[in-house]
Design a protein around this ligand. Structure first.
Ligand code: ADP
Ligand code: MG
Length: 252
């Protein structure tokens, strides 16, 4: 019988342990190690780093996927020059995720097309990439989901689920009116996350007009109170980016 060489045994061991990247890069690392007279430890570190790098990448990919972002737009894709009312340094500070440490909220307030969802998503993707559990949902969908859960007698579990995300992005508050019964469900979630978790909101409705969105002033106040207590409000005034090209054409 042919003897198994140490090399063959190692390949088998790595395969058995499902260390696929270490198998793939084994020859290359051995060659590198011989050429550069690497120590045993440095060689092992180099080889195992290949495995870890790929697993990290996969993990990041999975976290971003779980986030259910509407698109993969990131901060680098945002043209700050086009929207001078946005303080770039402030957005970069959000991207350090310092606000999540303090369980603080961010509210992007402004008319349609000025980049609220883009900025919120960019920060969300940054958080997900740093392994922060993050989830994006439109306010209307969130409320529909809570309503359905209530009908199916599993509201508590649903609220807990949405509270479990370290960062929740609630997009488009105020685009559609909210029934008082539904506003109560929304309030419950905001109350559960209050001072425990960070939430990013986008809205096109000034806070003074939230009474009309939630119909019941008392409830609107209670919701706003909790959202704004520890929040940074980013008010964006300016042109819609969607209309940018049309406007430019008309000026020609
Ligand atoms: P809002 O949520 O405020 O209605 P969006 O964030 O959806 O606006 O922006 C509308 C579209 O314009 C998106 O495709 C977005 O990526 C793009 N956009 C908005 N502002 C900018 C900007 N300053 N730089 C680059 N793209 C932008
Ligand atoms: Mg939007």
């Amino acid at each position: 019988m042919l003897q198994t060489t140490a090399y063959q045994q190692l390949v088998r061991n790595l395969e058995y342990l499902k260390l696929k990247q270490m198998v793939t890069h084994l020859n290359e690392v051995i060659d590198f190690s011989i050429h550069n007279q690497l120590s045993f430890l440095d060689t092992l570190v180099k080889l195992s780093n290949y495995e870890i790098d790929v697993r990290e990448q996969n993990m990041i990919h999975a976290m971003v996927k779980v986030g259910a972002f509407p698109h993969r737009k990131e901060l680098d894709d945002f043209d700050f020059a086009f929207q001078p009312s946005v303080n770039k340094q402030q957005i970069l500070d959000f991207a350090t995720l310092r606000f999540i440490e303090g369980n603080e909220n961010i509210v992007f307030l402004g008319p349609s097309g000025v980049g609220k969802t883009h900025l919120a998503t960019s920060i969300g993707i940054t958080a997900a990439k740093k392994r922060t559990s993050t989830y994006f949902i439109k306010c209307h969908d969130l409320i529909q989901n809570l309503k359905r859960a209530k009908l199916e007698n599993r509201l508590e579990a649903r609220l807990k689920h949405y509270t479990s995300y370290k960062l929740l992005l609630i997009d488009e508050i105020g685009y559609l009116p909210i029934e008082p019964e539904d506003a109560k469900l929304f309030f419950q979630l905001i109350d559960m996350r209050y001072e425990k978790r960070s939430t990013i909101f986008t809205t096109n409705v000034n806070f003074r007009a939230w009474d009309e969105v939630f119909r019941e002033p008392k409830l609107a106040n209670a919701i706003l109170d909790r959202i704004l207590h520890h929040a940074t409000v980013v008010t964006i005034v300016g042109e819609s980016y969607r209309l940018k090209n049309h406007l430019a054409q008309n000026e020609e």
